[in-house]
Design a protein around this ligand. Structure first.
Ligand SMILES: Cc1cc2nc3c(=O)[nH]c(=O)nc-3n(C[C@H](O)[C@H](O)[C@H](O)COP(=O)(O)OP(=O)(O)OC[C@H]3O[C@@H](n4cnc5c(N)ncnc54)[C@H](O)[C@@H]3O)c2cc1C
Length: 472
């Protein structure tokens, strides 16, 4: 197409992808959404991003920013109209600067999360954001979705890990907001507007992130539990016993781990036959400033007490770093092994921790009353009140039959979340998957303010239209 010639001369032919080569960019990770685009462009600098935005405005295209394309809500997938340009940030992947004294790292948006973790480790620091997609998701995507992951309990979401941003705005201007300050009260916090905006307000091109001391040792334990109630009680005991050293508390229903072992037979659960029958399992991580042996001793004291009072049935404390990794690997393999249950109806929800057992009991019962035989695949970051509450076809339905009921299942689960004062999106965002649900569950004043913000920052609707908010 003639119009693309100027883009090619701007970015180089290799960085303007068209035709069949666009395929990997046009479908989301879960293969739920696919769309059309005029081209996928791969800028290498912030200035190029700015020029692309101006080009898109001039030629009447809207923009879909894309990082690692691991998002779970279809936010990085273009629509069907073919009048969008996908802007892949993958080439913007430099670590610009590390300031060990200030405990900060400045990185470009296309940096893979794992490479940021590694760069921090090389200077003896920790970048604590950690999630199963860390080998392919990007910092830009993490910021745009305000990703959570396994360390939120101790370090917070991506939002809490970010001090400054560089953003290409919807009119092509570059906002140089790469401040490395922990205190800056000079008015409205634009950084917090762009974080979690899923590409609908601007394109994040770089960020200044917080670093932390590397823990001397980390140790992991896996527990068997009789109920979710016991999991919540164990979390309280662990918080009281470990304080800020408790860096992870994950919970998993038995069928999740059975799925992992079926899918990945090389992985093993470290329990005897009785333990394997437990309905719930928990994974705890302790970061310690002395040694692994010290971490293990602390685990023994607190978990010994939890077993004594009857809230924990059995506990395996990792004997080595390799064993800790193997235990985490079990947990991290759950999303990948879920394919074994067939396509399921997924919910990423948060509820006040104290209400989680009642929420699960009530919601499971409601679903069985309406769709007897569906399977509840439940796991998540209990320490953050975040559950991945997924509904699989079980014995009752075919994959297609289940997906045909998706809308009703969503409504039952999300109404229940709402009734328990929770959120229908804990960490994955809204994208196109949950966009229409916001009108049902968001406070109307809040939703109206969100539309006003969109209107103020992107009045022509060029930034990722149809994601998060309905197009006006
Ligand atoms: C196996 C697996 C496990 C996961 N585990 C977790 C988890 O534990 N916690 C969690 O929170 N998420 C999890 N996710 C979801 C996903 O990894 C995160 O949402 C991640 O932050 C997305 O990053 P990405 O680079 O792949 O973004 P993409 O998928 O490319 O994009 C996601 C959204 O961000 C926008 N975007 C991307 N880059 C930019 C940018 N530079 N500027 C502006 N907007 C941009 C896109 O337009 C889109 O709306 C998981 C995903 C998978 C596949």
């Amino acid at each position: 197409m003639q119009e693309l010639a100027s883009l090619r001369s701007l970015l180089g032919t290799d960085n303007v992808v068209v035709g069949a080569d666009m395929a990997p960019y046009l479908t989301d990770w879960r293969e739920r959404y696919s769309g059309e685009a005029e081209a996928v462009v791969r800028p290498g600098t912030t200035e190029e991003v700015s020029k692309i935005v101006l080009w898109c405005r001039e030629h009447g295209f809207s923009i879909v920013p894309q990082g690692g394309n691991t998002g779970l809500c279809g936010g990085a997938t273009p629509d069907q109209r073919g009048r969008q340009i996908v802007v892949s940030l993958a080439r913007l992947n430099r670590i610009r600067h590390i300031d060990s004294d200030n405990d900060t790292i400045e990185v470009e948006a296309g940096c893979i999360l794992q490479s940021v973790q590694e760069a921090a480790e090389q200077v003896g620091r920790l970048f604590p954001l950690s999630l199963a997609a860390e080998g392919s998701c990007t910092i830009g995507g993490n910021l745009a979705t305000n990703a959570g992951g396994t360390q939120v309990l101790r370090y917070g979401n991506t939002r809490e890990l970010c001090l400054g941003l560089e953003v290409v705005c919807a009119d092509g201007q570059i906002w140089h907001g790469l401040r490395a300050l922990r205190k800056d009260n000079t008015g409205y916090d634009l950084r917090d507007l762009f974080i979690g905006s899923e590409g609908t307000l601007g394109i994040i091109t770089a960020a200044t992130l917080k670093l932390y001391p590397l823990p001397v040792a980390q140790c992991t334990a896996m527990l068997t539990l009789n109920s979710l109630d016991d999991a919540v009680k164990t979390l309280s005991l662990a918080r009281a016993g470990f304080g800020a050293s408790l860096t992870g508390f994950e919970v998993m229903r038995r069928n999740c781990l059975e799925g992992v072992v079926r899918c990945f037979p090389e992985q093993r659960l470290p329990f005897d036959e009785a333990g394997l029958q437990s309905p719930w399992f928990a994974l705890l991580e302790l970061s310690d400033n002395e040694s692994e042996a010290h971490a293990r001793e602390r685990f023994e004291v607190v978990l010994g007490n939890a077993i004594e009072v009857g809230v924990v049935q059995d506990a395996v404390i990792a004997e080595s770093v390799a064993q800790s990794k193997a235990l985490w690997h079990l947990r991290e393999s759950i999303p990948l092994s879920e394919k074994i249950f067939g396509k399921s109806v997924k919910h990423d929800v948060s509820i006040p921790v104290s209400s989680i057992p009642a929420f699960v009991e009530k919601t499971n019962a409601l679903l069985q009353a309406n769709f007897a035989g569906v399977e509840h695949v439940i796991f998540g970051h209990l320490g953050d009140g975040n559950l991945h509450y997924n509904v699989a076809r079980g014995t009752a339905y075919s994959e297609d039959e289940l997906l045909a009921k998706q809308r009703e299942i969503y409504q039952i689960v999300h109404d229940s979340v709402h009734a328990f004062h929770g959120s229908i999106s804990a960490e994955h965002g809204v994208g196109q998957l949950k966009r229409d649900l916001l009108t049902r569950y968001k406070d109307p004043v809040e939703l109206a303010l969100m539309h006003k913000i969109k209107q103020a920052l992107d009045p022509d609707g060029v930034m990722n239209p149809g994601k998060v908010l309905q197009e006006s």
